[in-house]
Ligand binder design. Structure first.
Ligand SMILES: NC(=O)c1ccc[n+]([C@@H]2O[C@H](COP(=O)([O-])OP(=O)(O)OC[C@H]3O[C@@H](n4cnc5c(N)ncnc54)[C@H](OP(=O)(O)O)[C@@H]3O)[C@@H](O)[C@H]2O)c1
Length: 311
């Protein structure tokens, strides 16, 4: 898997066509890894962009993800992503969230679906068996998870016939998740890091007063000033050197090219790496409130903070 990928989630403020244009430009600039998902609502446009780029299929690494309301329709959903992307096989297919809880795109974080449920391992394993079948059918080379915790991964690793090859998780200097990161590595998975720059342009509904800003941290801006690169590029260099695969999003050529090119300059020093290790704020930005299953719950209940899966 290429060491950096291009994110493709335009959220509710960047159109599918703008994202597709960025994909085309990014492939031209040298990106070979795309992080897609059916719920991003743009796989058909991205498919066209890939075709128009003229790049050979086997030069690209393409990930897609199963959305939460499709946990019992895995093959159908994977085939739809393949059709939209214009592919016969994915490189990676992920279960996007471990909760089968649907919410409409762009809804408020307070919104709850009436039939929302907690994580139920037997149900997740039924989905995972269908994921394993995709590999057997040749529809994807690898399968993996996203937004999993250590307790949930322990159960999955115990019961899987085909183990997850990656866990996609939020990772940036202010949210380093050291325990989960080490667990994922120790179990032979690759940590793929989303929101690697700290998602500075995420929608207002995904912000809280406690959130901190990675690209304004004096350690990050200090290293950036010394090296003459953008603070975002320091976050990307740190991610790759730490041993995770960042998937930064940008629709601006200047930014997505800088995010790729920064990996060609001299690595951060050990001292820089130690300084960044010291600025973890445990600041989760993508809290996932819409996936909660009961009223009056707090988003922490999604993340098994005391090591126990909440029922
Ligand atoms: N598995 C999951 O549940 C999950 C959850 C969230 C995200 N993701 C994936 O991860 C990807 C990235 O996450 P993200 O979009 O939340 O956050 P991000 O990559 O940390 O931040 C993206 C924002 O940073 C800006 N940016 C990028 N490069 C920059 C640069 N060099 N200088 C200044 N600003 C820069 C971009 O704006 P401009 O366009 O203006 O450059 C963009 O709005 C998503 O697109 C998606 O593919 C997955």
């Amino acid at each position: 898997m290429p060491a950096i990928g291009l994110g493709t989630f335009g959220s509710d403020h960047i159109s599918a066509d703008e994202v597709a244009m960025a994909v085309k430009g990014a492939i031209r600039a040298g990106y070979r890894h795309l992080d897609c998902a059916s719920v991003y609502g743009n796989e058909d446009r991205i498919g066209r962009a890939i075709e128009e780029s003229g790049i050979a299929r086997d030069e690209l690494w393409i990930t897609s993800k199963l959305w939460n309301d499709q946990h019992s329709r895995v093959e159908e959903s994977c085939r739809k992503s393949l059709r939209d992307l214009g592919l016969t096989r994915l490189d990676m297919y992920l279960v996007h969230w471990p909760f089968p809880n649907f919410h409409p795109p762009g809804c408020s974080v307070e919104s709850r679906s009436a039939d929302s449920r907690p994580y139920i391992h037997e149900d997740f394993m039924a989905t995972w068996r269908a994921m394993e079948r995709l590999v057997e059918l040749g529809l994807t080379r690898h399968i993996g998870t996203s937004n999993m915790t250590i307790p949930k991964l322990r159960l999955l690793l115990r019961d899987a016939r085909i183990r997850p090859a990656v866990n996609e998780m939020e990772l940036h200097p202010h949210f380093q998740q050291p325990e989960l990161f080490e667990f994922v590595k120790a179990n032979g998975m690759e940590p793929v890091g989303y929101s690697p720059i700290g998602s500075p342009n995420r929608p207002e509904r995904d912000r809280t007063a406690e959130d901190t800003v990675d690209v304004e941290d004096p350690v990050i801006t200090g290293i950036a000033a010394r090296l003459g690169i953008a603070p975002a590029a320091v976050c990307i260099k740190w991610a790759v050197q730490r041993g995770q695969t960042p998937i930064p999003f940008s629709v601006k050529p200047r930014n997505y090219i800088a995010n790729l090119e920064c990996l060609q300059s001299a690595p951060l020093t050990d001292e820089d790496m130690r300084a960044i290790a010291g600025i973890d704020r445990n600041c989760r930005l993508i809290k996932g409130q819409v996936f909660l299953w009961k009223d009056n719950q707090s988003w922490e209940d999604l993340w098994d903070l005391d090591g126990v899966i909440k029922a």
